[in-house]
Design a protein around this ligand. Structure first.
Ligand SMILES: NC(=O)c1ccc[n+]([C@@H]2O[C@H](COP(=O)([O-])OP(=O)(O)OC[C@H]3O[C@@H](n4cnc5c(N)ncnc54)[C@H](O)[C@@H]3O)[C@@H](O)[C@H]2O)c1
Length: 467
């Protein structure tokens, strides 16, 4: 389904008419056209700042340098010392900011920040420069998670960054720029590089105003190569015949995985077409069948990546909802995931396996008429939180991606008004595309997300629902 307003306002005449009518023009988002590159920021400037007590400069300076970025610093800012020291130690060149210079990204290490004085350093870094942020640019803040901070003032400053991030997202979305906050746990510094490769590049075009927590990675989980990070991995994706699932299958394959797409027997034809297009294999299987897990282990086996994407809606107010609609949604969207995983934990999932489940912002905000759907999608968020420790013990991880409004057959079937509202009530002023979810799932499925376990990442263009 195409977004006619977005298409129209991308034309010269459309832009002019929208301007005259005062209609907001959704920005054109730049999305990745190919897989992860060794130096994705080559030729791009990143202005790096730090709070005066920032602790993350060594990890940031080396990650940005390896990505090929020109690291720019301002000599006026109080946090220059930790950045300079990190660069000198690693023999990495820094460029001094010229007056009025813009950048692709502004990255600020807010760790070690305390109280309002610390927050003032963030203001001093961003406020004078914001108007120079590139279209489709990135603001990335890094901090210590509030629960890992030592003082009341540091805890307060860490929580304040969340409100700052959410508010700034609503200001810079107009130009397709995003802001996100990475909360780095103790021992997770080595995982910053992978997160930056996702959050500072076009792979995260529709991820906006989110908090991503990094924790100490499982042994052996860190990445060996940034290019084709899924080479040699076997992945399955449920609901892969069309929509988001087809795009996930394609994006996993792009990064080197061998992909088996699963869908209902009734969709076997469509599944075959999708899988032959991406060089994968199809397996007709209803995820709710009692032996689904056993069949996956028997017919594929040796799985490194499992993506639970199959999902349905059967919307009705609870007072009118027939029992079979309740049961069907609960079983496809949640029950099947629990059963298949239990079976794969016994047999079929490799050590270090990564599981990604598709939740929804509907599970966070709730919607009238979606008690069944909302329950399943919120259940997924709890499920990944609870299973994270068990997965880490086996060197792996489990996470969820919560899509906002995504242009698929599911949303094309919505009535006009709710569809238009769903699209526009977001800082990026448009619905996402299946590939936006696929990029986030691919990140979660790869060693780039070595520090991410038990988390749910919203991919919603900062949709205002439940935010
Ligand atoms: N489109 C959105 O805006 C949106 C928003 C939030 C969450 N989601 C979630 O994303 C996922 C994919 O959504 P979509 O929009 O691509 O939906 P879709 O309806 O276009 O595709 C879903 C796929 O799942 C398959 N499927 C359904 N039941 C199955 C079963 N029992 N066994 C095997 N396969 C089955 C379908 O045949 C279909 O190919 C779902 O979990 C959905 O809840 C979508």
């Amino acid at each position: 389904m195409s977004d006619r307003l977005l298409d129209f306002t991308q034309t010269a005449m459309g832009k002019q008419i929208a301007g005259l009518l005062g209609v907001p023009t959704p920005p054109k988002l730049r999305r990745a056209k190919s897989g992860y590159a060794q130096q994705p920021l080559e030729g791009k400037k990143v202005l790096l700042g730090s709070a005066s007590a920032g602790e993350l400069s060594p990890a940031l300076v080396s990650a940005l340098h390896e990505m090929g970025a020109t690291i720019v610093v301002s000599t006026e800012l109080p946090g220059l010392a930790p950045v300079k020291k990190a660069a000198t130690d690693a023999k990495i060149p820094l460029k001094t900011e010229a007056t009025g210079e813009g950048a692709h990204a502004y990255v600020f290490d807010a760790s070690g920040m305390e109280g309002t004085a610390g927050l003032r350093q963030l203001y001093d870094f961003l406020q004078p420069r914001l108007s120079k942020l590139a279209a489709n640019g990135r603001v990335l803040l890094l901090s210590r998670a509030a629960q890992d901070t030592a003082s009341v003032a540091a805890y307060t400053a860490s929580m304040a960054l969340r409100g700052f991030t959410k508010s700034l997202g609503k200001e810079i979305g107009k130009k397709g720029a995003t802001v996100n906050l990475v909360e780095v746990g103790a021992g997770a510094e080595g995982t910053i590089a992978g997160a930056l490769r996702f959050l500072l590049t076009e792979h995260s075009a529709y991820v906006d105003a989110q908090f991503l927590a990094l924790s100490k990675p499982a042994k052996g989980a860190l990445l060996n190569s940034f290019v084709l990070p899924l080479a040699g991995k076997t992945a399955i994706v449920t609901g892969a015949a069309r929509g988001i699932g087809a795009s996930i299958a394609e994006t996993l394959a792009r990064e080197g995985a061998s992909v088996v797409g699963i869908d209902r027997p009734a969709e076997e034809g469509a599944l075959g077409l999708t899988m032959s297009r991406i060089g994968g294999r199809g397996l007709a299987l209803d995820v709710t069948s009692p032996d689904a897990g056993d069949r996956l282990a028997r017919e594929i086996g040796g799985l490194d990546i499992v993506v639970h994407n199959a999902g349905v809606t059967r919307d009705k107010m609870l007072r009118n909802m027939p029992q079979h609609w309740w049961d069907q949604v609960l079983d496809i969207n949640l029950g099947s995931i629990l059963r298949i995983n239990e079976s794969l934990f016994q047999n079929g999932l490799n050590k270090g396996g990564r599981i990604v489940c598709i939740s929804s912002i509907g599970g966070i905000s709730g919607n009238a008429g979606q008690t069944n759907y909302g329950a399943t999608k919120a259940g997924i968020i709890g499920y990944v939180e609870k299973l994270a420790e068990q997965m880490a013990k086996n060197g792996g991880a489990i996470n969820a991606v919560a899509p906002g409004f995504i242009e698929t057959q599911m949303t094309a079937a919505m009535p006009l008004m709710p569809r238009e509202v769903g699209r526009r009530l977001a800082s990026l002023n448009q619905g996402g595309l299946p590939v936006d979810i696929a990029e986030a799932v691919t990140f979660m499925a790869s060693p780039l997300a070595a520090g991410v376990n038990g988390r749910t990442l919203r991919v919603c263009g900062q949709n205002f629902m439940g935010a």
